[in-house]
Design a protein around this ligand. Structure first.
Ligand code: NAD
Ligand code: TYD
Length: 354
């Protein structure tokens, strides 16, 4: 079996759902259920004997140690993190606690478990750390995309905390020989994406007739990957990745934010036409920029393509259409995540930006 942390969040939930759709190998899920953790993402697994959900913190080494001893996983896949850049700017502390201190305690628990394994099992264990392209900092127009050897230049408290966690993972391999793998992926989008991030926020705001807040000039570039392609890449790295190696994952889909927002508006106008507002793009509103806003991210995914044979299955056009359709088909899910705590965040983040 495998242990997956952060499995009630956006990517972790997609990973667990896809894993159990493809394998019968059981999954133990560990998630603290912060505001971003949503058990509704895993509802389809209710009663499934292949899945066990445990609420808990990756920083609770005692709990993680018990789970490891009891279930004896062959792999630990670490998705658990605080993940939203704007929140890291408003309040970095949770990012330091979970992404750095939490990852440290998790590594310690895995190291203790791994040290006690018999030789055969020891070589089979994998600790796969899921990280981000944001650790590499920002690119200027025309700069080559981030390769695995690009120097770390994190610019936000979020990316700095992820960078620190990547360094710890690397050090545990180098110093103790822990069998680790690290992936650094570009921006994901798809089902179950919490509507505080660009793509789902724009979809749910447009459906509600609310402003579509574009930071600054909207010309910042991100490299977008459909979440299920990211999950497939992680499965591929888990099975075939070389120990201690880093794999950059991306879909060769660089787009400016404004272009993304216009694409979403056009899809909504086509798939859910509103006679009162034939063009959703009238809702686009330019707001004050994010402090320290990274201008451009781009992933050079040649290593994982060449060494492991992974390639994304979705184009941006097919993935974004599926995503918009998913939000149209799952309005109840959206209503349920828009809790009181979520509304308070929206007020705080957008109040001063007009
Ligand atoms: P998310 O915020 O949607 O989910 C994070 C999950 O981790 C939540 O379920 C939350 O409850 C859980 N969690 C938070 N702190 C925890 C703790 N201390 N112990 C246990 N669980 C905890 O994030 P996501 O977008 O699904 O990202 C998952 C991982 O992928 C993160 O490590 C993130 O840095 C990385 N990543 C994300 C993207 C992206 O575009 N979303 C891109 C590249 C890499
Ligand atoms: P986001 O989804 O927060 O991901 P990240 O900052 O990790 O790349 O933001 C994606 C891009 O969209 C980023 O350049 C910031 C921008 N953005 C907006 O313009 N408006 C918004 O309301 C949000 C949330 C993001």
């Amino acid at each position: 079996m495998i242990l997956v942390t952060g499995s009630a969040g956006f990517i972790g939930a997609n990973f667990v759902l896809d894993w159990l759709a493809e394998h019968d190998e059981p999954v133990v899920s560990l998630d603290k259920l912060t505001y971003a953790g949503n058990l509704e993402n895993l509802t389809s697994l209710n009663g499934d004997p292949r899945h066990l959900f445990v609420r808990g913190d990756i920083g609770d080494a005692g709990l993680v140690g018990e789970l490891l001893a009891q279930h004896r996983p062959r792999a630990v896949i670490n998705f658990a993190a605080e993940s939203h850049v704007d929140r890291s700017i408003r309040g970095p502390e949770d990012f330091i606690q979970t992404n750095i201190v939490g990852t440290f305690h998790l590594l310690e628990a895995v190291r203790a478990y791994w040290s006690g394994l018999a030789d055969g099992e020891k070589t089979g264990l994998r600790f796969l750390h899921v990280s981000t392209d944001e650790v590499y900092g920002s690119l200027a127009k025309g700069d080559p995309a981030f390769s695995e050897t690009h120097r770390y230049e994190p610019n936000s408290p979020y990316s700095a905390s992820k960078a620190a966690s990547d360094h710890l993972v690397r050090a545990y391999h180098h110093t103790y020989g822990l069998p680790v793998l690290t992936t650094n992926c570009s921006n994901n989008y798809g089902p179950y994406h919490f509507p505080e991030k660009l793509i789902p926020l724009m979809i749910v705001n447009a459906l509600a007739g609310k402003p579509l807040p574009v930071y600054g000039d909207g010309q910042q570039i991100r490299d977008w990957l459909y979440v299920k392609d990211h999950c497939a890449a992680i499965r591929c790295v888990l099975e075939k990745g070389r120990l201690g190696e880093v794999y950059n994952i991306g879909g060769w889909n660089e787009k400016a934010n404004l272009e993304i927002v216009h694409t979403i508006c056009a899809l909504l106008d086509e798939l859910a036409p509103n006679p009162l507002r034939p063009q959703s793009s009238v809702l686009i509103t330019y707001v004050q920029d994010r402090p320290g806003h990274d201008r451009r991210y781009a992933i050079d995914a040649r290593k994982i393509e060449r060494e492991l044979g992974w390639k994304p299955a979705e184009t941006f056009e097919s993935g974004i259409r599926k995503t918009v359709q998913w939000y149209l088909d799952n309005r109840e899910w959206v209503r349920n995540v828009q809790s009181g705590a979520y509304r308070q965040w929206v007020e705080k983040n957008y109040a001063g930006r007009a």
